[in-house]
Design a protein around this ligand. Structure first.
Ligand code: ZN
Length: 306
């Protein structure tokens, strides 16, 4: 896949050894050059007007919003530490923190493709971690409170001492191909003629290749042979890692399951290439921000094969 994958390519060095040092983290939070990305109800703060870019606060924000979830360390670039801070307990942050006309909390999915290179990756890291902390306040082993450690990459149980780590859920997303045609599907809630690559969660005890074969069979009734991994994409809605593949279809008779997919169709290379320019009567494809688009592009224009 030749195009950059949105939500990857962060410029930050995560410093996974340094961030274990609580004194070092505290020192960074006391440094006035440190940058803090506010996250409110899973949206990151973005500058208003013009081309979107992340809007950073200083660590004095921690005093403005009061003690809540500790900030999550994102990494360092040019010796400046970057953190994310969940300010969801603030009812109306734009008004209360006087950011009106300066910054806003848009839907990350809608603006990710417009953010400067690398910034969507920072937003993904922030959203993924903040969401994980918000939902893992108690130990799944004993039910006691957990506390953030290591800059926010571990939660430690206060009672049984178990360590819990942020989870990432692998999802296979694949373009099954039959020579000059590829298989695309439409979920019941997608408007016609929008189609995308088939996708599904990898299950426990399953290889990536097995997950591809199972999903294509379940959703479209097509047997799959060779599977080739092409590229991956962090997808923080809330915690996925999309594993993009091309796969060789061994038969062509489509049988949709009717639940996950309402319709699946073989599209020719020409149809897919036309839809990159603009939606046709038969086909609208996902925008470049989605790895599904990049898989289609790699297959249709760069001859990526299983
Ligand atoms: Zn516990």
């Amino acid at each position: 896949v030749s195009a950059p994958i949105v939500f990857s390519g962060s410029p930050l060095d995560r410093l996974d050894q340094r961030r274990k040092d609580a004194a070092w983290i505290t020192a960074q939070l006391g440094d006035e050059s440190t940058r803090v990305l506010p996250v409110w109800r899973l949206s990151v703060l973005v500058r208003s007007g013009g081309t979107p870019s992340l809007a950073w606060a200083t660590s004095s924000l921690l005093e403005s919003v009061g003690a809540g979830t500790p900030p999550v360390f994102l990494g360092v670039v040019d010796q400046v530490a970057h953190f994310a801070l969940d300010i969801s307990s603030t009812a109306e942050p734009i008004k209360e923190l006087e950011w009106e006309g300066v910054a806003e909390f848009p839907d990350l999915r809608a603006i990710a493709g417009q953010l400067p290179a690398g910034e969507a990756a920072i937003a993904a890291q922030a959203r993924h971690l903040v969401d994980w902390h918000a939902r893992h306040g108690h130990c799944p082993g004993c039910g006691s409170r957990t506390e953030a450690r290591d800059g926010g990459y571990v939660r430690l149980c206060s009672e049984c001492g178990a360590e819990h780590f942020p989870r990432t859920d692998p999802v296979v997303i694949m373009l099954a191909t039959d020579g000059d045609r590829c298989l695309l599907g439409r979920q019941p809630n997608w408007p016609k003629p929008f189609f995308s690559a088939l996708a599904g969660f990898v299950e426990p005890g399953e290889s990536l290749e097995e997950a591809v074969r199972r999903e294509v069979m379940e959703e479209a009734g097509i047997r799959v042979g060779a599977v080739r991994y092409l590229a991956s994409q962090p997808w923080p809605f809330p915690a996925s890692l999309m594993l993009g593949c091309v796969a060789e279809a061994l038969d062509t008779q489509i049988v949709v399951d009717g639940a996950e997919l309402e319709e699946a169709v073989w599209f020719t290379r020409e149809q897919v290439v036309s839809a990159f320019e603009s939606a046709t009567q038969d086909l609208a494809v996902p925008p470049p921000v989605a790895i599904a688009h990049q898989l289609m592009r790699a297959w249709a224009l760069e001859d990526a094969r299983p």
